[in-house]
Design a protein around this ligand. Structure first.
Ligand code: NAD
Length: 480
């Protein structure tokens, strides 16, 4: 078999140790890999490359299209963007697949029966990273959810279920509050789910869903979620199997794929031969399946299961009475290598297909809806405290086409007829609508803004109010 080119980054913190352990096991098992090594992360940031990755590293990634990546440290503070997020988005890795499995009774867990695959949307949501400080008091982060983004991840989840013989897909959103963004995710889940009659489907509001996941994970099979909920809840799910160090992750796109552990660089554990390499190793197993080396993937996975069964454990899963031997990173790798060719006795043996079974997702159509703009929200930075005073002044800015309808502060209506108890910041949204709900032009908005400016107000942004095929593309203020 010819060697498959892959790009490898050793990362930061515990990264170099767990990557060495992982590669030692994969190569001992007979994986055919032509490794291109790149440097990313902290060292690159500190050289002044604010993205944490040099141009030459991108070239390697675009050439091999397969990336095995150890965790990296994102320096805290402004000026540094998370390289993980940048890599996922730049390479179009829209689907983050995170299997979280209990290994009872060999790894101590409160949840002996747990085998949940979390499918996390990887490119959208609050991770667009579009943030602004708009006033002295108010900061904003945009939550971006697109229909093609929802369609891709939801369809991927159902196709994954079919390909991997899973029975149920659950969706978590918060669409009782975020009716448009999370509402779209839920709606697409219902639409696409209807095309998969053999798969059981359910939706939970994320807060109670998360509580159920932490309490009774055995009731879940697969969960598909927008980015932020998936990020948080896959850590929870991995941790309750026994350790966050046990779960691997695949980031899949149309062109490239990246494989990693779900945990971070755990800097406090670095350089001490302590870390558990299992998460990255299982990420490596997913990579072997992706590149069509399923036989080697099965060999590695079974040897790893046997090692766990034999009680050879790193500190994070070691428990008196359950484990037999507490080992470091290197010794753990040697224990897995010694068991290559063996199968677990009690835990389920793994038998991956030899050929790669990649899931391809097509967006069926991208219809364009007729859009009419019928109003505008003008956001003001205003230091006064009386909503009535502001409303009486802003009302005078109304034009023939655009009349003031409501003012809200942090989303809740404060004018007209606000409540004195409502706390107000210096960030006010003034909603102007066409009294006849007739379409307006950009020039009508410019005329309004000129009057707002002449009246001495500091406007910080506008949002157009649109109808799509006659249906409102915005929500009402709370209390409106
Ligand atoms: P973390 O996941 O690195 O570590 C949290 C704790 O979990 C550690 O202190 C350790 O007790 C335990 N742990 C994690 N991995 C382990 C392993 N393999 N073996 C044993 N114990 C393990 O989370 P953090 O401390 O919040 O983040 C540290 C850095 O990692 C940050 O800079 C963060 O931005 C980065 N990070 C990177 C990735 C990634 O590269 N994909 C993901 C998450 C966080």
């Amino acid at each position: 078999m010819s060697k498959t080119p892959i790009t490898v980054a050793y990362g930061d913190g515990i990264g170099p140790e767990i990557m060495q352990a992982t590669l030692d096991i994969l190569i001992a098992a007979g994986a055919q890999l032509a490794i291109e090594e790149i440097e990313i992360g902290e060292k690159v940031y500190l050289k002044g490359v604010s993205t944490g990755i040099a141009d030459s590293a991108w070239e390697s990634l675009r050439r091999t299209k397969v990336f095995l990546k150890a965790p990296i440290t994102t320096p805290q503070g402004s000026g540094y963007k998370s390289l993980n997020v940048t890599t996922r988005k730049t390479l179009g890795l829209y689907s983050n697949v995170r299997p979280c499995v209990s290994y009872h009774p060999y790894v101590k867990s409160k949840h002996p029966v747990m085998d949940v695959v979390i499918i996390r949307e990887n490119e959208e949501d609050l991770y667009a990273g579009i943030e602004h400080r708009q006033t002295s008091e108010v900061y904003q982060c945009l939550k971006i959810i697109s229909r093609p983004g929802c369609e891709k991840i939801v369809r991927y989840a159902f196709e994954y279920a079919i390909a991997n013989n899973r029975k149920k897909v659950t969706c978590f959103t918060k669409d009782n509050i975020m009716k448009m963004t999370d509402g779209l995710f839920h709606q697409v889940f219902d639409e696409i789910g209807a095309e998969y009659p053999t798969i059981e489907k359910e939706h939970w509001i994320v807060d109670i869903g998360a509580a159920k996941l932490a309490d009774t994970p055995e009731i879940f099979d697969m969960i598909v979620m927008p980015n932020l909920y998936g990020d948080i809840l896959s850590d929870v799910a991995a941790q309750i199997t026994g350790s966050v160090g046990l779960a691997g992750s695949a980031n899949i796109g149309d062109h490239c794929a990246m494989f990693e552990a779900i945990h971070g660089s755990a800097p406090r554990r670095a350089g001490q031969n302590l870390a558990n390499p299992s998460g990255l190793l299982l990420g490596g197993v997913m990579m072997l399946n992706h590149i069509g080396q399923g036989n080697i993937a099965s060999k590695v996975h079974n040897a790893w299961l046997k090692t766990m069964e034999d009680g050879v454990h790193t500190y994070d899963v070691f428990a008196e009475g359950v484990s037999t031997q507490k080992v470091g990173t290197k010794e753990f790798a040697q224990a897995v290598i010694a068991r290559l060719g063996q199968k677990p006795t009690t835990l389920k043996t793994i038998d991956y297909p030899a050929e790669s079974k990649r899931i391809k997702v097509e967006i069926k159509s991208r219809p364009r809806y007729h859009k009419d703009t019928i109003g505008v929200d003008v956001f003001l930075n205003w230091d006064g405290s009386s909503a009535n005073e502001l409303g009486d002044k802003v009302r005078l800015c109304s034009t023939d086409k655009l009349k003031l309808v409501v003012i809200s502060n942090r989303g809740v209506k404060v004018y007209p007829d606000g409540m004195p108890e409502t706390f107000c910041t210096d960030h006010w949204r003034c909603r102007f609508e066409n009294p006849d709900s007739k379409p307006i032009m950009h020039t009508d908005i410019i005329e309004l803004l000129s009057k707002v400016n002449e009246a001495g107000f500091d406007f910080i942004k506008t949002e157009n109010l649109c109808l799509f095929e006659g249906k409102k593309g915005y929500t009402l203020a709370q209390g409106q």
